[in-house]
Ligand binder design. Structure first.
Ligand code: KIV
Length: 264
């Protein structure tokens, strides 16, 4: 199977839809890769999903590198993209370059993703100029949760023009693709038709060039809260809880371990 690279992803536009899922550890990255997903994203959503923070804001570069290393060890086919966490690229272009370089150098990931459009244009360009592929991320940008006042659909009404400008800025800066998060379906379609790089939607409707979801949401592991755009393809939380309850019962009743699981 062909190794997926950043240029391969860009080349899929208009030819084949792109599949992307988050992966945060060796086991899930192996499962995602074996199923032949195009992109494994070490998302900073790991702050909430894996580490239990209430937002992605506290996630550090060290935490991202730690998880990305495990993902890289498992993945043979997919493109591995790692999120730049809050404060690793906002302070100055110089810091952003150093941190982007550190993240690919130390983790083995092949591209970085960062949030922001027009105001990140210079930063994206500087990172691309040192040969680190960049995936943009506009619309609902979770690291801006305090400014946005919550996780809300972006680009409604007069805000749409700003989002189009953001999308164009990310493309002009040299990004190889861009995530559109929680954007009205019609606006996502318009941006997708306008850009020559692929758009990867999450809560942005069916007309994007690809789709991304969080692994734990897809597998039904995230608990009862489920945003409108999430489709769970399995109910692993229930399967796992049932299996654990059976294990506990068997231990308590002395059914496990039986002869088959004992040494002689
Ligand atoms: O961190 C993440 O999981 C993401 C996706 C939701 C796009 O950025």
């Amino acid at each position: 199977m062909e190794k997926v690279t950043a240029p391969v992803i860009t080349g899929k536009k208009g030819k084949e839809k792109i599949s992307m899922l988050t992966a945060y550890d060796f086991v899930t990255a192996g499962i995602v890769d074996d199923a032949a997903v195009d992109i494994a994203l070490v998302g900073d959503s790991l702050g909430q999903i894996i580490l239990g923070y209430s937002t992605t804001v506290p996630v550090t570069i060290e935490e991202m590198i730690h998880h990305a290393k495990a993902v890289v060890r498992a993945v043979k086919h997919a493109l591995v993209v790692v999120d730049m966490p809050f404060l690793s690229y906002q302070v100055s272009v110089e810091e952003a370059k150093r941190n982007a370089g550190r993240m690919v150098k130390e983790s083995g990931a092949e591209a970085v993703k960062l949030e922001g459009g027009v105001r990140m244009k210079e930063t994206i360009k500087a990172i691309v100029d040192m040969d680190v592929p960049v995936m943009g991320h506009i619309g609902l940008t979770p690291q801006s949760v305090y400014r946005m006042g919550g996780y809300k659909v972006q680009g409604k009404g007069p805000e749409a023009r700003k989002l189009i400008e953001d999308a164009k800025a990310v493309e002009e800066a040299g990004a190889f693709s861009v995530v559109l998060e929680c954007v009205p379906r019609q606006l996502a379609k318009e941006i997708t038709e306008l850009l020559s790089i692929p758009t990867i939607g999450i809560g942005a409707g069916p007309d994007c060039d690809g789709q991304v979801l969080v692994f734990h949401d897809v597998m039904g592991l995230s608990g009862s809260f489920r945003p409108k755009f999430v489709k769970a393809y399995a109910d692993l939380r229930k399967s796992m809880t049932d299996a654990i309850k059976t294990y506990i019962d068997e231990v308590k009743e002395g059914v496990f371990p039986d002869d088959e699981h004992s040494f002689h």
